[in-house]
Design a binder for this molecule. Structure first.
Ligand SMILES: [Mg+2]
Length: 404
């Protein structure tokens, strides 16, 4: 079998998605997600101009060899653009291999290690009463674990909390220029324990609660927050410090027993070496889409398993249903699965990307369709072309740029 076509499809059914479609001389097709939110077209060029010409004529069954060829062969390793492009190729090849075998991908990864995949949803509110309503809505949707994010008194726009326009309706974070949010770490640290207290009081001790600090704290601040939240037994504190500095987590770990999750911006296992071998975290958060695909992420999970660290694949709405499907197959197969982030996609996105995975009672299942189980409607995709969009940026109240 040979690859005879490699096509990149960019579509924006509400937000931008980049998809690689490989076709073989047998007529099999494979899809891979290459969406890098806010920098989408850089990956399109990387794939179209530099990778697609190399794929033509290759045997699609040689997944490991192709991965190494792209990773080592570029000379310039790592980085989000390279690894998103490589991920798309890797997932498309797994899709083809599983279709050729007539099996859902998880069967090629060792088969199911569990019956279903636990997810967590996103609850948020500009204040605590609005957050409590949002948690209730998540539970009504079936979620059995919830990430809670709250507005902070005195701040206008905070990560994870939908902004509102003058009419009061929610507006997407994606804009033609980055939305500017504001930040005050001290105000945040004073407020969050009260948020957990209110949610625990309302919903009890058993509901798994997660919280994302979005890389905004110093190690000492993160340690203090972890300690302050210990009475409320969070499922985890996510991205407590800027994750590039792995050694910083030694300080956080020394201060708190609150479980720690990190890694959604990581691209390779080298970003995790200290974190894993010193057991400084409890969950690895990388996405199939940004980590080079199923092949390296499976290796990361196996590495993490030696240190009792679990998986928790990044699953925001800007991971396309193609990337989400690949994640759910991996979630079902690996033994050290922890939890899967999942907030679903819009109905329009689910029409462009028809998928076999299902969401029931807060759990996902990848379905039994051969491959990853996603079909791309290219006509519908073409009807919703790319729109320039950025993630927000963040400034302190004196105007200093801070981590978003
Ligand atoms: Mg996060």
């Amino acid at each position: 079998m040979k690859i005879v076509d490699a096509k990149v499809v960019v579509t924006s059914p509400g937000r931008n998605f980049v998809t690689l479609k490989l076709t073989t001389d047998d007529g099999l097709t494979g899809l891979g997600d290459a969406t890098l939110n806010g920098r989408e077209l850089a990956v399109v060029s990387y794939l179209t101009d530099h990778v697609a010409p190399l794929l033509l004529g290759l045997d699609p069954h040689r997944i490991e060899d192709t991965w190494q060829y792209l990773y080592r062969g570029a000379y310039w390793r790592r980085g989000p653009v390279t690894m998103a492009a490589t991920a798309a190729v890797d997932v498309a090849l797994w899709d083809i291999k599983a279709k050729a075998a007539g099996l859902p991908l998880y069967q090629l990864l060792g088969g199911a290690s569990r019956d279903r995949v636990r997810t967590y949803g996103h609850a948020n509110g500009r204040d605590i009463p609005e957050l409590l309503d949002s948690v209730r809505a998540q539970l009504d949707e079936g979620y059995q674990a919830v990430r809670i994010q709250s507005g902070v008194p005195g701040l206008k726009a905070v990560y994870g909390v939908h902004s509102t326009d003058d009419s009061g309706s929610a507006v997407l974070h994606q804009q033609a220029r980055p939305l500017v949010e504001d930040w005050d770490t001290d105000a945040y640290l004073r407020h969050i324990p009260a948020v957990f207290d209110a949610v625990r009081s309302e919903f009890g001790a058993e509901l798994p609660l997660l919280h994302d600090a979005h890389h905004r704290l110093t190690p000492v601040q993160a340690g203090r927050l972890g300690k302050d939240l210990e009475p409320y037994r969070p499922f985890w504190l996510e991205d407590c410090t800027p994750a590039e500095n792995q050694e910083a987590l030694r300080l956080v770990r020394a201060d708190t027993t609150t479980p720690l999750a990190i890694g959604e911006v990581f691209n390779t296992v080298y970003d995790y070496q200290t974190l894993i071998t010193e057991q400084l975290i409890d969950y690895v958060r990388s996405a199939v889409t940004h980590f080079g695909g199923v092949t390296p992420l499976r290796k990361l999970f196996d590495f993490a398993a030696q240190y009792q660290i679990k998986s928790a694949i990044h699953g925001p709405e800007d991971i396309s249903p193609v990337g989400m499907a690949a994640a759910v197959h991996l979630d079902l197969a690996v033994h050290n699965f922890g939890i899967q982030e999942y907030s679903g996609h819009t109905a329009l996105t689910n029409e462009v990307f028809r998928h076999a995975y299902t969401f029931t009672d807060g759990h996902l299942h990848p379905g039994e369709a051969p491959g990853i189980g996603v079909e791309l409607d290219e006509e519908m995709a073409a009807a919703h072309p790319y729109e320039a969009a950025y993630l927000p940026v963040n400034r302190l109240q004196d105007g200093t740029v801070h981590d978003w």
